[in-house]
Write a protein that binds this ligand. Structure first.
Ligand code: KMH
Ligand code: ZN
Length: 282
């Protein structure tokens, strides 16, 4: 079991509209400000979906590069670009995100119903993302929405080798309508299927956020939190901002006597080189 807790911030996602959720960070300035605030509170990784000037999700490479550069100038966070994008994004645009040369990128391990939509991740796309990341020195975070996705991970590693850096890190994305439920039982069911030596984080979408967080901490796992996954802090109480969610996760990690990992410790865990140090204070 790792002694500390890796906290990943997923601040924006691709599903919520700025008009519906005014606190959602969508401009470059808003993303940088939330990234700084959340690093100071204990986040070490930024799972990033980029929005365009119109506030809608975009995979436009110029815009993606602009946001990556701005976050790197202001923070030490590991920049993990989403290759999942939005359910409507074509595969070639999702693959092209890697051209922005992030430290890390998400890699979803299977197709899943996503509410009324379908989040499509066929085998050939999975292999192409895995291989391109190996070639370019980008560290994947394997996104698991259902138990069968861990069987796909075993097959992927067996046929195509370990990811860059040699360490396997998995994120259990739980409670998506169409994926595995966000429960302690479902989380526990996944654990025997993790590859040997792998670390895992978990996030529970919507009202499953807290049960999944507590289950992950008790099982020695890491945490992902943020407004991509959670818009309600408590029943009837909208999330104020991403910092509120990171502060709660960091507090629970301390109570579990597994305090948040620094960005340096996170890089060591994930096998990502240090770039330089940016001081951020609470
Ligand atoms: N927006 C979801 C359809 C990822 O970032 O890799 C997919 C997603 C996964 O968020
Ligand atoms: Zn995402």
């Amino acid at each position: 079991m790792t002694s500390g807790t890796l906290i990943t911030l997923a601040p924006t996602g691709a599903e919520s509209a700025k008009a519906d959720v005014p606190a959602l960070p969508v401009t470059v300035e808003e993303v940088v400000a939330t990234a700084r605030d959340c690093q100071a509170l204990g986040a070490a990784v930024l799972h990033l979906h980029v929005r365009g000037a119109d506030t809608r999700p975009t995979l436009d490479l110029g815009r993606v590069r602009e946001v990556v550069t701005a976050v790197r100038e202001a923070t030490d966070l590991v920049v993990q670009l989403s290759t999942g994008g939005a359910v409507t994004d074509p595969f070639d645009a999702r693959l092209a995100v890697l051209d922005a040369a992030p430290d890390a990128a998400s890699l979803s391990l299977g197709t899943v119903n996503f509410g009324r939509d379908v989040f499509s991740n066929p085998w050939d796309l999975i292999v192409e993302l895995h291989s391109r990341m190996q070639e370019r020195g980008i560290v994947p975070e394997y996104e698991v929405f259902d138990l069968g996705h861990l069987a796909t991970l075993a097959r992927l590693l067996d046929r195509h080798g370990l990811p860059h850096g040699g360490h396997v890190h998995v994120d259990l994305v739980m409670g998506v309508p169409g994926g595995m439920p966000g429960t302690t039982a479902a989380l526990a069911a996944c654990l025997p299927f993790l590859p040997p030596g792998a670390t895992f984080a978990a996030t529970g979408v919507g009202r499953t956020s807290l049960p999944v967080m507590l289950a992950a901490l008790s099982a020695g796992g890491h945490l992902r939190v943020g407004m991509e996954d959670t818009l309600t802090y408590a029943p009837g109480e909208p999330v104020r901002d991403n910092a509120q969610l990171v502060a709660r996760a960091a507090g629970l990690a301390r109570i579990a006597q597994r305090p948040p990992l620094s960005t340096l410790e996170a890089r060591q865990l994930l096998g990502i080189p240090v770039r330089r140090t940016v001081e951020v204070s609470p």
